[in-house]
Design a protein around this ligand. Structure first.
Ligand code: GUN
Length: 290
């Protein structure tokens, strides 16, 4: 069993970007600028946005964090996006999800200029991804593809199970794994809450991506010997032994599953850091591919 070390690969990706940013500076060119919009003060969203902004600083990007009260209405958020679209200094825009009830996430996402949509959630960019055209690929599935690529895992012809059909992770993951690329070229089954035989589908899979948000869901008896297991889960589970009162748990019962795997991602230190690295790659592209 080998650990797919997201921390290590993320650091390598960030180091590479750091060098590229230094090159831009030396040539007198503009450095990438990411604008993040955070509505309300959900604890998990605060953590994610904080780490995105910190990573920008680490690499040498410019970043702007726009905080809006959770009581704002949709039109105010759309106006904020309009201004960011028009600001030539801003290369990438992300609106942290979820948004408060009453605000249409798709309307907000589609208001972002598609050429600044570093999350890859805009309808145009999703369409381009499905067609295999160059575009911004959503950060979590993009990060997973980078991880598989780094470890030179040849997924050609594999049966892959993706558990969870969210627009952020599961659905784009299923598209990328089925694409005629390397990694890719998998035969993908996209499982969700209405799937009848998840355990059986998983047992028949060479590669499993667990992205359903249920801590410890994937158990050893659902995994075949030698499978590759990617854990996207990052649930906060109450843990009085921790100073902060919770610990982070993945969707995979790691202790049970890991001994059966050829490769597995840990939580934390697997997919999480890769998501940030992929976002940083997208932001670099937004700045330089104009
Ligand atoms: N919420 C959970 N994951 C993401 C993400 O990748 N991007 C944004 N904008 N919000 C999220």
């Amino acid at each position: 069993m080998k650990i797919l070390d997201g921390q290590l690969v993320s650091q390598a990706t960030k180091d590479d970007l750091k060098i590229k940013v230094a090159d831009l500076v030396q040539q007198g060119l503009k450095v990438p600028h990411l604008a993040a919009v955070l509505v309300g003060n959900d604890g998990a969203s605060e953590t994610y946005v904080g780490s995105k902004v910190r990573t920008c600083e680490e690499i040498g990007y410019k970043s702007t964090l726009i905080r809006l009260d959770k009581s704002i209405d949709e039109s105010e958020l759309l106006e904020t996006i309009r201004k960011l679209n028009e600001d030539d200094d801003v290369d990438g825009i992300l609106v942290q999800l979820p948004l408060p009830a009453g605000i249409s996430e798709q309307k907000v996402i589609d208001a972002i200029d598609a050429s600044k949509d570093v999350d890859g959630f805009h309808s145009i960019n999703v369409g381009r991804m499905v067609q295999g055209l160059p575009t911004f690929v959503p950060a979590t599935p993009h990060g997973i593809m980078l991880l598989l690529e780094y470890y030179k895992i040849d997924t050609k012809g594999m049966n892959a199970a993706v558990i969870g059909r969210s627009n952020i992770v599961g659905r784009p993951m299923s598209i990328l794994l089925s694409a005629a690329t390397n990694p890719g070229n998998c035969t993908v089954t996209l499982c969700h809450s209405q799937t009848k035989n998840i355990a059986e589908i998983c047992r028949n899979s060479d590669l499993i991506v667990a992205a359903l948000g249920k801590p410890g869901f994937l158990k050893a008896d659902m995994v075949k010997e030698g499978a590759i297991v990617i854990d996207v889960g990052i649930s906060r589970v109450t843990d009085p032994s921790k100073k902060r009162g919770y610990s982070i748990k993945g969707d995979v019962d790691f202790d049970g599953v890991a001994p059966k795997c050829s490769y597995i991602t840990p939580v934390p230190g697997g997919v999480g850091p890769m998501t940030i690295a992929a976002l940083m790659k997208n932001t670099f592209r937004a700045c330089t591919a104009k």
